[in-house]
Design a protein around this ligand. Sequence first.
Ligand code: CDT
Length: 322
Amino acid sequence: MPRILTVAAAQLGPIQRAEGREVAVARMVRLLERAHARGAELVVFPELALTTFFPRHYHADRAEADAWFESAMPSNATAPLFAAARRYGITFHLGYAERTPDGHHYNTAILVSPAGDVLLKYRKVHLPGHAEFDPKRAVQHLEKRYFEVGNLGFPVIRAPAGGLPGVNMGMMICNDRRWPEAWRVLGLQSVELVMCGYNTPSTNQSAAGFEAHHLRVFHSHLSVQAGAYQNATFAVACAKAGTEDGCELFGHSIIVNPQGEIMAQATSWDDELITADCDMDMCTLGRTTIFAFDKHRRVEAYGRITGQVGAVAPPVWSKTEQ
Ligand code: CDT
């Protein structure tokens, strides 16, 4: 019997700075309706799905930025989302800015069962950008100012999803997808489905050098496809897309199988649902053959992966030292 889970990426078009959470949540409820009509059992929403991608906006007074954060989940504003998931029997993944009761700030994602139980929580580990206003940048990227580094590692949970009694599910958020270490930590917990929301500008805003336009989508897909293949897992990468506060986000949400193939891809820069029927047993081939970690990994050669952060210079070859 195949273990089929019908998954969806619910890509969101732009959310402007002045728009409240209610506007985004109403759009997300419509996407859940559509997901139900198409038979989707698990729906992935993007990173920071309830508001504009606010790290592009500088608040000199850090406390002002608290307006972008959720201190309760669900809240009055997000309750309709939880109600719709219950109505349609859908498990959903939601990215949002989390303010904890003791005042910590994280870029967070949760996986919620149709009954409203939080099955898994993840807090973003790789925070790109900078902490102070950068006058050289056309658009700021202040994740390092507004968020703390996630303190939950990269957890995986086996939980019911759709008609399946157990699926091994893990999460990463946006920039994490570019780091093979994040994928491997999930792979080492036998993950079968990785969910990743993202907000990625269509151009490199750092002014540090030239990066051709078309490579932005290529690098995103390359990272997700490689991560899925090398860890024998399905992956759903779901974007916020379109022109938000004058800044273009490239969209191109995808669902990828354990062979690294794209099964479905968004083509608009708007609210768009893509779906795929994923047979979780497809993960078995990779993890019992070429990526059978227990047989082939050589941890004794990987010390640098956790032993150092930055790259060091290699020794310089010299003929006399041979
Ligand atoms: N949201 C997020 O992590 N975006 C980054 C853009 C990096 S530019 C500073 C990404 O890796 O897609």
